[in-house]
Ligand binder design. Structure first.
Ligand SMILES: [Fe+2]
Ligand SMILES: [Fe+2]
Length: 452
């Protein structure tokens, strides 16, 4: 069973994805947040769907755009208009259903049970469903990041009949607590079927942005958790409006944090627990970039924001955190990777820019920084092997800080290595547009080094 699900509200989409996961044992769901994106997906030859579930009102191409495409191409997929407007309230859909037997409508205000029954009817899957009345329901893990208190008991599945409780209902938890129990390829955690309805109701009502409401301070945990949510959205649907809203919030948090925290460098050099490299290094990168930009007095917060947005997004098209470690296509580690993984590394700067390039709320310099973030001062970087003179000055700053973060990470945040790291960097980056930001970057450490 393959479903294309088009819905611009991340909250609604994620809720119904959870329901669909629990209706069909082996469903594959492609998600998108706009009609135009959906048409692009449908145009690709390899994409065949049994069912298309489509919202009506969406900013970038509404339900009409999708339906028109399906009719014109004689797509055989069942089409389910899933909207808060009835077809007779929409002039375009006055004759709906036009493809009798293949077109369906569900009003969004109908309950979960109605949705489930209707979906089973449309896909004629009643029998499978009746045989599979399970005592646990599966929930995609990222849904648990919306909360920091367990809504009900949460379980890990060990086998068909064995589930072990990992968090008690009502207990507080962090992203790390969830990840601790999750092996790399594990996509789901489980809750009791009896808890499912109330869990789903709360899930559907909880936007990502409420996550920090009960936290007074901006913390690394809240920033990296929000970042993990953005990552999930980017990998599942691209840069949706909610991903942008989350990024804006995170970037504002980072700007505030870097403005206030004069001891930041010292904080960074305290021993840190290594968790997930994508969030760890992006967080450090954004903080150090921000701090450095304030030091340079470039500090319109616009510059800090551009660097922070680039920090958050630059590696988000990498799905496996281990691959984000590889900065160099001549790295011996690369020989151990599959062709797909190598392709993912080579293309990740393009893939993310492809998603953000037409987004009016992301400055064009962010595209440039991301495209160039693996270029090198000696011209051996990728994707374009640009020379130190050809790399944009803001990208140079980003590359310097990225290199620095990798080095302190490599040395386990050992402050005694700082002088060595910086002097090595001074020689390495003594070229083209790197020279000025590099010498300023070293100066920004003067006070800290004097203390040592
Ligand atoms: Fe990267
Ligand atoms: Fe990176």
């Amino acid at each position: 069973m393959k479903i294309l699900y088009i819905e611009d509200s991340d909250e609604v989409r994620q809720l119904y994805v959870v329901l669909l996961d629990n209706i069909f044992p082996d469903v594959s769901i492609v998600e998108t947040y706009s009609g135009n994106q959906a048409v692009n997906i449908l145009k690709k030859q390899e994409n065949f769907f049994d069912l298309i579930i489509c919202d009506y009102e969406m900013l970038d191409g509404n339900g009409e755009v999708v339906y028109e495409h399906i009719k014109n191409t004689n797509d055989q997929a069942a089409f389910l208009l899933f909207s808060s407007k009835k077809p007779d309230e929409i002039p375009y859909f006055n004759n709906f259903p036009e493809r009798k037997g293949s077109d369906f409508f569900i009003h969004k205000s109908e309950g979960f049970n109605h949705f489930k029954e209707k979906i089973l009817q449309i896909t004629q899957h009643e029998l499978i469903f009746l045989r599979k009345q399970l005592s646990f329901k599966k929930i995609r893990i990222y849904n648990f990041w919306k909360f920091n208190t367990a809504l009900c008991d949460i379980f890990l599945r060990l086998s068909d009949s064995k589930y072990v409780k990992i968090i008690k209902g009502g207990d507080r938890y962090t992203r790390k607590d969830i990840e601790k129990y999750v092996h790399k390829q594990q996509k789901f955690l489980y809750i009791r079927s009896d808890d499912f309805s109330s869990f789903a109701v709360t899930l559907g009502k909880t936007p990502f942005l409420t996550f920090n409401q009960d936290e007074d301070n901006i913390s690394e945990n809240s920033i990296t958790t929000t970042h993990a949510m953005i990552h999930e959205l980017v990998l599942s649907v691209g840069i949706s409006p909610q991903a942008i809203a989350l990024a804006e919030k995170t970037v504002n948090d980072i700007v505030e944090l870097t403005k206030k925290n004069t001891e930041l460098f010292n904080l960074l050099l305290q021993s840190r627990e290594k968790k997930d490299y994508i969030y760890d290094h992006s967080y450090l990168l954004s903080c150090i970039c921000g701090h450095f930009a304030w030091y340079m007095n470039w500090a319109t917060s616009e510059v800090v924001k551009k660097l922070a947005v680039a920090s958050l997004f630059h590696d988000l098209k990498i799905s496996d955190p281990d691959l984000a470690f590889i900065n160099d296509l001549s790295d011996p580690q690369i020989k151990k990777l599959t062709p797909e993984q190598i392709k993912e590394i080579k293309n990740h700067p393009f893939n993310i820019v492809e998603l953000i390039k037409n987004n009016p709320s992301i400055a064009t310099e962010v595209d440039t920084i991301i495209l160039q973030h693996h270029e090198k001062p000696d011209g051996t970087g990728f994707p374009k092997k640009l020379s130190g003179k050809q790399i944009h000055p803001l990208a140079c700053t980003f590359i310097i800080v990225h290199y620095f973060v990798d080095k302190i990470y490599e040395h386990n945040f050992d402050a005694s290595q700082l002088v060595n790291i910086l002097s090595g960097m001074k020689t390495y980056f003594n070229v083209g547009n790197f020279i000025d930001p590099m010498s300023a970057f070293i100066k920004s450490f003067d006070l800290i080094l004097e203390d040592k």
